[in-house]
Design a binder for this molecule. Structure first.
Ligand SMILES: Cc1cc2nc3c(=O)[nH]c(=O)nc-3n(C[C@H](O)[C@H](O)[C@H](O)COP(=O)(O)O)c2cc1C
Length: 176
């Protein structure tokens, strides 16, 4: 079932949901697959579609992934917030408070989606990096929009990737 939203309403009302995530609400597999089907319409460089999408629902794996996230997320969120001299400064307290809440509760989220892409862009020139990540992130956003239009909240988290770089620990956790 989808909400009665115009496309413009959907695009302007989809936000990162953290404090208001309902940890006890199961997300049916059919809904995830429906949103994934929509996300797969996103563009990719050279029509490569080299993506794979991994859903994690196992509590022990989610906890292990959340611990990896926190190892870099906690010190990052404890750093002084950047001052930018515009309206983003006024939003920063609530963004940080919300991000800290998610950092502490990440494993309670019913489902993690880990978007993956063939290859590794390490050391590639910036233009190649843009093309690489630009062939994955539109699909992630489409997935989030599709969830929103079905009344489900979501948020992007990227701490571990940013701080740790190529993370073998993710592979170990996910592979079990
Ligand atoms: C690439 C990317 C990485 C992000 N990483 C995190 C993160 O690690 N933790 C988090 O709580 N939010 C993360 N966010 C969410 C942003 O903080 C959020 O989009 C921003 O504050 C604007 O809020 P809004 O999405 O509600 O408009 C990330 C967003 C993007 C696009």
């Amino acid at each position: 079932m989808t909400l009665d939203l115009t496309v413009d309403e959907l695009l302007t009302s989809t936000r990162s949901v953290r404090k208001r995530l309902d940890f006890d609400r199961p997300v049916p597999r059919e809904v995830l697959m429906e949103c994934l089907d929509l996300a797969l319409q996103a563009p990719t460089g050279s029509n490569a579609q080299g993506w794979q999408f991994l859903f994690v629902e196992d509590p022990a794996k989610k906890k292990a992934l959340a611990d990896i996230y926190r190892a870099t997320g906690t010190p990052y969120l404890d750093m002084p917030a950047p001052v930018r001299g515009d309206m983003r400064d006024a939003q920063m307290d609530s963004v940080l408070s919300s991000a800290k809440y998610l950092n502490e509760n990440l494993e309670k989220t019913p489902v993690f989606l880990i978007p993956c892409l063939e290859g590794r862009p390490d050391g590639a020139p910036a233009g190649m990096q843009a093309s690489y990540w630009g062939s994955l992130i539109p699909a992630v956003w489409s997935f989030m929009l599709a969830l929103r239009s079905r009344g489900l909240g979501s948020g992007c988290v990227q701490q571990s990737g940013v701080r740790v770089g190529p993370d073998q620990r993710y592979r170990r956790v996910v592979a079990g």
